[in-house]
Each structure stands twice: as C-alpha cells, then as structure tokens.
Design a protein around this ligand. Sequence first.
Ligand SMILES: [Zn+2]
Length: 113
Amino acid sequence: MHELALTEKMLRLVLTEAERHQAEKITKIKICLGELSGIIKDCVAYYFQLSARDTIAAGAELEFGLSTAKLFCPDCKLEFEKTPRDFNCPVCGGLSRLTGSGREWFVESIEVE
Ligand SMILES: [Zn+2]
C-alpha cells in the first residue's frame, strides 16, 4: 500500500507548516481522505507513530474526515454525491460516471502549541 509514502509526505507538510508558525509542538492533525482513495486510516495512524517519533509532531492526535465521491450524469449534466451503493442519477435514474473527486487526500488543519 501507499500509506507509508503518504504519511511521510503528510508529516513533511505539517512540520513545514508548524515551523512557519514557530510552533513548538503539533497537537492535532486533521486529515481528509477521499472515499475512493483506498487509504486505510489505521495504517496512516500506525506509520505516523513511527515517522513522527523524533519530531515535534510526536504524540499528535490524528483526526480523519471523509470526503464523498461525486458522480456526474452526462444526460442531465448533473453532479451529485455518491450514495454508498448507488451509481444512478437521482433525476433520470441513468447510469452516471465518477468525476475525479473522492481519490484525493489533504491535510485540513493542524493545531499547534
Ligand atoms: Zn440523469
């Protein structure tokens, strides 16, 4: 899986951000994961423990948010949020297709001291 690479990238990102604010400690990191990203948050949490050990982010609380994938119906030109088991357009009932969203991840916010 790609969680290790992601975690290291995320850690670099938050450390840079914390440095810019001259923070002494990162207490909380909020991460948003796209529901189609395939990223397993437990893995991220695990790798984070290891990677952040010797940094000011050690012991920071991780909070995960989920961003919903969006679908697009080519007939209605309508974009809507995907429901758990449905790919059909809520207007015409036709089969819609995935937009690019839902595969991304990003750091939503960090809290520092
Ligand atoms: Zn439609």
